[in-house]
Ligand binder design. Structure first.
Ligand code: GLC
Length: 623
């Protein structure tokens, strides 16, 4: 029997060095003192951790690949839009179970500022829950219920900024130097101007610039996002200590995965774009070590919507290998899915994936086709050139296509944040509306309808087939369309991302459940089936890389996953054409016959070609 003190000490021995080196990387000489402060904070948090959670810690230590396994399935929703409140979410677990969900990300639920709050990303108090959703006790109760059902609760930890109404900001405005030092506040424009020379625009439409004059604070406050979101000064060790404490508080209340919101922006360096600075990874390593010591059941997910070379560092490169986030969003994969659907061409997809660095084998991608945010066309000029495209023109094409302006487009998206300087146009819209369901229903055209449903199915299958945690976005499982009612809500009207944040239509879920012949029913039944197939395919473990196989047909993307138990080859037809795919590329890897795992069909690979239906995905193993 190992006593608790020994457990704590063993973990401190194991992860203390990671903690100290992360702190030293960020805070230099201030690190040892901060380490001591954190040690006493961790000791109290460990003592306060419930027995249930400690049991979970031990279980997770025995299965460290829990977010890598093929049975890991994520679901993302707003508690209020999904089920009214936190308590309501517990009543909808059956629906989540029917999709095999093991990971539930409830969108921001900590108490936000009143009025406009960027969908909850302007937090006024990290220790209480938005009263419209429930209380901290409700959150703990929900986490416990979910855990009992094998579902991990995922919550946002907004790191880069707090609401202007957060106590730290209030005290900073009241003149307390301690709290002014939590932020970046400048007396005049000298420094803001110097920084702005190299800072990109995040919300050029409704929040241009990165600094806001605050009369009460008598200074220019760093506000990367909206003017009411005050960027924190992470170079201040006190800010780190506050967040370590918050992390453990939430972990002890049952949160199992933390989505590290806007993490790329946390460290500022003059003359740079103030994203992805090396210190960001030092901080993450230190935060992770704190969690490993007190709450090793927990995992971190980086929300860094950045280019591939920068993104890979969030999963641990060089000295941070295995020491930072367990998960990161694969933004590039998402962008390429939509790009290939619009162009019916997969060359750029192949180039982008082939140029993508391998991730550490102990980590996972969070794969997704839609989320609560807009889609920005993160296609690099180099990748575009590799596919004989011109980056700027191609990005413009994608914006036109998904805004529904391009001739023949099936999409019904909205332009978000048009930047007149570089003509960047991001896109809002639900998966179904972007994939053509809205237009098909309007036209009453059965052929278009089948294509749209097949596109949704293709997108879902691709995110299930890439390895990692596929994130299903609320409403997409039944093909919910754009919802324009946000225009009637004053605090949402200016932000068209709300068009793809509809309230869950439970009548439509019931209808889809009752009749698998309706569009929603077809999407839901297909998705549930593919999830079931995924769970039993060892090749879909995230420790395996998906690799591009050069495709003999530009409409079809081919991926291979080489697992010791046998290879899995995935084929995705991104066009509305039936494609005769030459079989030699499959035969050399699978032999003369194959089993298509989704349909269960046996295919002979002896003939010269294999027919792939419009938008059909195939998951092939040796027959
Ligand atoms: C993340 C969120 C986004 C929010 C931003 C600022 O990118 O996903 O919705 O606007 O952070 O917190």
């Amino acid at each position: 029997m190992v006593d608790e003190d020994t457990t704590f000490q063993l973990r401190l021995d194991r992860y203390g060095p990671d903690l100290l080196s992360g702190l030293a990387g960020a805070y230099g000489e201030a690190a040892p003192q901060l380490f001591e402060r954190l040690t006493s904070l961790m000791r109290s948090a460990f003592a306060a951790r419930s027995t249930d959670l400690k049991v979970l810690d031990e279980a997770r230590l025995l299965s460290p690949d829990w977010v890598q396994r093929p049975d890991a399935v994520g679901y993302v929703c707003y508690a209020d839009r999904f089920a009214g409140s936190l308590a309501g979410v517990a009543d909808r677990i059956d629906h989540l179970k029917s999709l095999g969900v093991s990971y539930l990300h409830l969108m921001p639920l900590l108490r936000p500022r009143e009025g406009e709050n960027d969908g909850g990303y302007a937090v006024a108090d990290y220790r209480s829950v938005d009263p419209r959703l429930g209380s901290m006790d409700d959150l703990t109760a929900l986490a416990t219920t979910l855990r009992g059902q094998g579902i991990s609760l995922v919550v946002d930890l907004v790191l880069n900024h707090v609401a202007r109404e957060h106590e730290w900001a209030v005290r900073a405005r009241a003149g307390e130097q301690k709290y002014r030092d939590y932020f970046h506040i400048f007396a005049d424009r000298t420094e803001p101007d110097a920084y702005e020379r190299t800072l990109p625009e995040i919300f050029p439409d409704f929040a241009p610039g990165s600094f806001t004059w605050d009369e009460e604070a008598q200074g220019w406050v760093w506000t990367t996002f909206n003017s009411y979101q005050w960027d924190l000064n992470w170079a201040n060790p006190d800010v780190f200590a506050e967040f370590a404490d918050l992390l453990l508080f939430l972990a002890n209340n049952g949160v199992e995965v933390f989505r590290l919101d806007a993490i790329a922006f946390t460290w500022k360096v003059l003359g740079t774009d103030c994203q992805n600075e090396p210190q960001v990874h030092e901080l993450t390593q230190a935060l992770r070590a704190v969690l490993r010591i007190v709450a090793p059941a927990c995992a971190l997910k980086a929300e860094a919507i950045v280019g591939p070379q920068d993104l890979i560092s969030y999963l641990g490169q060089g000295k941070h290998f295995g020491k930072v986030s367990d998960l990161a969003y694969h933004n590039s994969f998402m962008v390429q899915l939509w790009g290939a659907l619009a162009s019916r061409h997969t060359r750029l997809f192949e180039v982008a994936l082939s140029n993508f660095p391998d991730k550490p084998s102990s980590t996972s991608w969070a794969t997704y086709a839609r989320c609560h945010d807009d889609i920005g066309w993160a296609v690099s000029d180099t990748d575009a050139r590799g596919a004989y495209l011109e980056g700027h023109t191609h990005r413009a094409f994608l914006s036109e296509f998904y805004a529904g302006l391009y001739p023949g487009s099936f999409a019904r998206g909205l332009v978000f944040q048009h930047n007149p300087i570089n003509n960047d146009r991001r896109i809002s819209g639900t998966m179904a509306s972007l994939a053509g369901l809205e237009a098909a229903l309007e036209h009453g055209d059965q052929g278009q309808l089948s294509d749209a449903i097949a596109r949704v199915n293709l997108l879902h299958t691709a995110i299930l087939g890439f390895g990692g945690v596929p994130l299903l976005y609320m409403g997409d499982e039944i093909g919910q369309l754009n919802d324009h009612s946000y225009l009637d809500e004053p605090e949402h009207a200016a932000d068209n991302r709300w068009v793809h944040r509809p309230r869950m239509d439970w009548d439509a879920v019931a209808a889809a459940d009752a009749d698998p012949g309706t569009p929603g029913g077809r999407i839901l039944a297909g998705l549930r089936h593919t999830i079931g197939v995924r769970k039993r395919l060892p090749q879909l473990h995230a420790s395996i890389e998906s690799r591009v196989l050069p495709s003999p047909d530009s409409r079809v993307l081919l991926l291979t996953r080489n697992h010791p138990e046998g290879v899995l080859i995935e084929a995705y037809n991104f066009s509305e054409d039936a494609v005769e795919l030459p079989t030699y590329v499959l035969r050399s890897r699978l032999g003369d016959s194959a089993v298509e795992q989704i349909s269960g069909y046996d295919y002979s690979l002896a003939p010269e070609t294999l027919l792939i239906r419009p938008y059909q995905p195939l998951w092939l193993t040796a027959g």
